[in-house]
Design a protein around this ligand. Sequence first.
Ligand SMILES: Nc1ncnc2c1ncn2[C@@H]1O[C@H](COP(=O)(O)OP(=O)(O)OP(=O)(O)O)[C@@H](O)[C@H]1O
Length: 917
Amino acid sequence: MASELLGIEAAAGSPSLAKAALADVRAHPGKAAGLALVERLLSERLDCPQPALGLIGVGVFYLASDDPDAKNFSLGMDDVNDLSGLAQRLAANAPQPRDAARAGAFVRFLHDAYGAAVLQEFARAMQPGVSMSEVCGKVTGKSLAMVELQWSETLSHEPPMRGVLPFMRWTAGLLKPYRFFCGMLVVGILIQTLYAAFMPLWLHQLFDEGITPHNAGVIWRTLALLIGGFLVTASAGLAIDFSVSTLGPRALNDVRRRVFDKLLLLSSRTLNRFKGGDIVSIFSTDIFIVENAVVRSVAGIVGKVFLMIGSLVTAVDLDWRMALATVLLLAIAFWAPRQVARYAVKAAYERKVEDGKLAGFIKETAQLLPVIRTLDIGEHRRGMFNEYADTIYKSSYRQYLMGELTSRATVFCISAAQLGIIGLGAGLSLTGTVSGGVVVAYIGLLLAIGGAAGGIASLLPAAIQAVGSWQRIESLLARPADVPDAQQNAVPSLPLSRVALQDVTFSYTGERLNLDNVTLQTPVPRRVALVGPSGSGKSTVINLLSRSYDALSGQVLLNDIDIRKIDNQTLRSFIAVVNQDTTLFEGSIRYNIGIGHMGATDEQIEQAARDAEIHDFITTLPNGYDTNVGEGGKLLSGGQRQRIVIARALLHDPQILLLDEATSALDAEAEAAINETLAKISAKRMMFSVTHRLNSCPDMDMICVFRDGKLVEQGTHDELLALRGVYAGMWEKQADISIGSSGQDVEISIERLRKIPLFASVPQDDLESIRHMLRVEEVPADTVLTLEGTTTGRFYIIARGMVESSVLLGDGSALIMEILEVGDFFGEFALLEGIPNPTTCRTRLPCLLLSLSRQDLRHVADLHRTADEQSELEKEIVATLDRRLDAKLEELIGRRMASRQRGSAARPAASSAESSA
Ligand SMILES: Nc1ncnc2c1ncn2[C@@H]1O[C@H](COP(=O)(O)OP(=O)(O)OP(=O)(O)O)[C@@H](O)[C@H]1O
């Protein structure tokens, strides 16, 4: 295993290495032989320096050793920080267990993410005096912080597997605050246990001292004890029922609260790691299963354990030899099934994880049903569903089988123990060591113990299922509360005078930089547009300004204060974010605006609604501000919802307004109206606005142009046009496509049309005719406009919105080819007879499009022309399209090949992730 990880041949030279390693062990008593061997491998076979023997040597040895208890660590974010410190400690001292686990996780990450060769290179680069930052930079090309982040993303965030006993301890901790009910439960169980324990003694008394010698007094006294005991036990049973019914729901309600509180404290980064269905199924399924187990199983198991202990005490009183044999045999009988129970708990947990995945998949399918239909990928999704269903079947099968086997193994072992004890009793009575009465009483005791053990065994499958659910609850509760919080409580003086990003780098996953050394600063008030192609990092700037994430390096400053030093509440009072998500909370309009500033008066709420220009609409509603908006706000239109979100943002009068494509999910008319409102409200405050349409840019004080995470240009509209760089190119693409104030008429100039290669050589008057033929189409998001392989469709120019072009791969998933934005065009092959569309084009956002059909083009070609001239025009267009088609097909083939190569290396899930990217 060690040589496999290090990518070297194990066999050659091994005997001498082993001998040398043994010598090391002799020289350093207490050193593990395996670690000595790994160190020898590193130093002699790979020529690694001394410092590498610590981090890499311990890590490789940790992974190669197969002691499961030594690996019972769950590593968190804190464990990936300070890689340098870890390496130094491991080089200098004997490894502590947690550090060894961290080293193992690091080696596993480096090996899996970069391969054995880079792992070797890393080890060799750890020369004395060379810092970890230099090693990371040299070997991976990334900063130390990036490598640590990338490593953290690979860590399993699951807590280590635990069994039924820790679950019992956890449950006891939950019940602790409810002392009265716990007391009632314990007293009830004790009464039941005592009765069950005394009953055989009383029976023994009845038989040996009452019935055999015909002593009526003893008979009546014993019968009275039995009947009295029975009545008290029945009342104790009622007390138990009452207390478990109260304890279970109360204790689990506390768990619900804790899980919900934890949810509110998780950062965006941590939340991204959960599957869609996970959190909901923790609340809806897991907590219920644990509650059910607490109510139905735990009291039963505890009662039966008490009963067995009570029976054993009685057994000692009857005959100590048989009692000793009973204890020994029972201990063996309970130990043996624990081995099966370990697998049962693991299977129950795996089943819960699979349930969560399926829930997420179903939720996604229900949400994206229209897309699935339009892309015609129902079969592909069914295939994925079948895979999930198969996995669930396998894990359910394991869960039930292991649960039942644990239960059966318990019953089997107890029955075998019972038989052994009866045999022993019979033997002892033959030699006259014990009386017949003792043996009879013992049989009664064994029946009680066997019954109790059988009862425990029958509750085990439910308890094991609950342990699986508990593990999932713990997987959320164990996450550190990592919403970024203030390191100091600094408060910038008001009014704000400067907002700046200083040498900021940022990455979401550590794989690549999503913001690369961005420096920008701007005085307040100022209106700043963030523009650039899709994926260039515009929204990431908004995420850092609103502190949804912290920069990897560099600073985000308000005045001259790093926002990490400003407490969250203060920061939130300065900043409001409006993005394209207009989902509202179920409740009244007043509630939905009012939560922008808790405690706001009705007048303040109405003023905010006026500023957002929604007050007049609200007053026309029969219930005015008390109108319920429905789930997610579905009773209102997108534009109305967005105005309510804007009113909410305005309610606390933010100094900085962050707009992240605030209007792109709305229809064109609503966008035009809301843009006017936004222009008014941003006049007197700082505004950062992410936008794809550049028409608002000439009015902005500053435009920041991003490309591949870099700030490539900044300045005013005129300055950037003069630069003739990225912005100028984007402007040229979008200029001359104007949308009227109603948001529904689109005008395109002849010059703009001429820049489309298709029309480059079309005579002026024909181009004029084509311009008139263009039809304006308003298309909602998620609409398929051209379908791969079909010959139908139209030619489109995008005036507003975003379109995604994709191809289907062999496995039925979609590969995104291009994101098309304002000024781009697609569907040109629909203008040719019989040429199938090479890609499927689907709107990502609501779009405004200009479109042309094949018939329209033919009609233009027919105008005032002889047959020869006609064919000239058509020929020209056909030739251009042919060239484009060739280029497109070449690109398609290349992308498909690349994707196939990636696909063969990656897991199947990767392609679907790509399609949903
Ligand atoms: N939560 C995330 N996890 C991982 N990567 C992300 C996440 N959010 C964004 N990214 C990646 O970061 C890069 C920048 O994304 P960002 O959203 O800032 O781009 P953008 O310029 O706003 O794009 P768009 O205009 O399409 O919204 C993209 O490559 C994107 O895939």
